[in-house]
Design a protein around this ligand. Structure first.
Ligand code: C2E
Ligand code: MG
Ligand code: MG
Ligand code: MG
Length: 281
C-alpha cells in the first residue's frame, strides 16, 4: 500500500483501507464470475434523426445485474474492468452480442458500440470487429464504434492506424462525450470520424450557465461544417430540443426524452411506436 503512494511518502495504516481493498477484491472476483457466467447484459438506447424523425442508431450500453443488489452502472464497473484487464474480453463479447442483435433490426438502423481506449492499446480491435461482423453477418456500414477523446491521447500512431482501418472497412467512427475531456477541435480533423456526440453536460449546464449554449451552438456548427454528423446527448426535455433545433446543425438526439436505454426485448415495441408517431406527425 505504501508503495502505491510512491517513494518517500509515508502511509499511515488505517483499518478502513484494508476493508476497502478487500471489498474491491471481492467485487473484482464477482465481476469476473458474472462475466464468465454471461450475466452481463446489453441495453439499447435509440438515437433519433431529427430530420427524418426515425431511429437511426441504437447504442449498446452494458448493465450488470448484481444478484440481490440491483443493476450496477457501467460508470462503476468499466473502470474496474479496465484495471483488471478484463475490458478487452468484455469488449469482444459486447461487439459480438451487439452485432447479433442488430441483424434482427430493420435494415436502416445501425448499432453503436462503445470501445474502451484500453482495447486499442491492449487488444486487436480491428480483428475483434472483423470477427463480430463475420459471426453475425452484419454489414460493416451498420456498425458504429464510439470512442472518447482519451483514446486519442496516447499511442497516437497505433490508434490512428486502427481507426483508419476500421473506417476503411466501412465502419462509422463516433467521437463520444465531446466537450468533457481535453477536447481539441483538431481531433475532429485529424481522425476519420463520421460523427461527433456532444456530451450531455452542455445541455444539463444550460440552466446555470448561459455561456454553455454559445459553446454548444459553436461546437455543433463547427462539427457540421467539417462534414460530420452531429448527435446531441442527454436531451431530457422538449425545451432543450427546441433550443438546439433552431440552428439546424444537430442531426440526431439521444436522451430520456426519446427513450431511456431498454433491454433488447423491448426494442421491437419501441421501433413500432416510433413508426406510429412518425405516421401521425
Ligand atoms: P456514454 O457512451 O456517453 O453513454 C450515454 C450514457 O448517458 C448512458 O449511461 C445513458 O444511460 C446516459 N443517458 C442517456 N440519455 C440520458 C439523459 O437524457 N439524461 C441523463 N442524465 N443520462 C442519459 P450509462 O449506460 O450509465 O453508461 C455510462 C458510460 O459507460 C457510457 O457513456 C460509456 O462511456 C460507458 N459504457 C457503457 N457501455 C459500455 C460498453 O459496452 N463498453 C465500454 N467500453 N464503455 C461502456
Ligand atoms: Mg457512447
Ligand atoms: Mg456518450
Ligand atoms: Mg456521455
Amino acid at each position: 500500500r505504501a508503495k502505491a503512494n510512491g517513494r518517500g511518502t509515508f502511509c499511515v495504516f488505517e483499518p478502513e483501507m484494508d476493508v476497502r481493498a478487500q471489498e474491491r477484491r471481492s467485487l473484482e472476483m464477482e465481476l469476473r464470475s458474472a462475466f464468465a457466467n454471461e450475466e452481463l447484459e446489453l441495453y439499447y438506447q435509440p438515437l433519433l434523426n431529427v430530420r427524418s424523425r426515425t431511429i437511426s442508431t441504437c447504442e449498446a450500453l452494458l448493465r450488470w445485474p448484481r444478484a440481490g443488489r440491483g443493476i450496477v452502472s457501467p460508470g462503476e464497473f468499466i473502470p474496474l474492468a479496465e484495471e483488471m484487464g478484463l475490458i478487452v474480453e468484455i469488449g469482444d463479447w459486447t461487439l459480438v452480442q451487439a452485432c447479433r442483435q442488430a441483424v434482427q433490426w430493420p435494415q436502416q438502423i445501425r448499432v453503436a458500440v462503445n470501445v474502451s481506449p484500453m482495447h486499442f492499446r491492449r487488444g486487436d480491435i480491428v480483428r475483434s470487429v472483423e470477427a463480430a461482423l463475420k459471426d453475425s453477418g452484419l454489414p460493416a456500414d451498420r456498425l458504429e464504434i464510439e470512442v472518447t477523446e482519451s483514446v486519442l491521447l496516447e499511442q497516437t500512431e497505433r490508434t490512428r492506424h486502427a481507426l483508419g482501418e476500421l473506417a476503411e472497412m466501412g465502419i462509422r467512427i463516433s467521437l463520444d462525450d465531446f466537450g468533457t475531456g481535453y477536447s481539441s477541435l483538431a481531433y475532429l480533423q485529424n481522425y476519420p470520424f463520421h460523427k461527433v456526440k456532444i456530451d450531455r453536460s452542455f445541455l444539463s449546464g444550460l440552466d446555470d450557465d448561459p455561456q454553455r449554449l454559445i459553446m454548444l451552438r459553436g461546437v455543433a456548427r463547427l462539427s457540421a461544417e467539417l462534414g460530420l454528423a452531429v448527435t446531441l446527448e442527454g436531451v431530457e426535455r422538449d425545451d432543450q430540443l427546441a433550443i438546439v433545433m433552431a440552428d439546424g446543425y444537430v442531426d440526431e438526439v439521444q436522451g430520456f426524452l426519446i427513450s431511456c436505454p431498454v433491454p433488447a426485448e423491448k426494442l421491437g415495441r419501441l421501433f413500432a411506436s416510433r413508426k406510429e408517431k412518425q405516421a401521425a406527425a
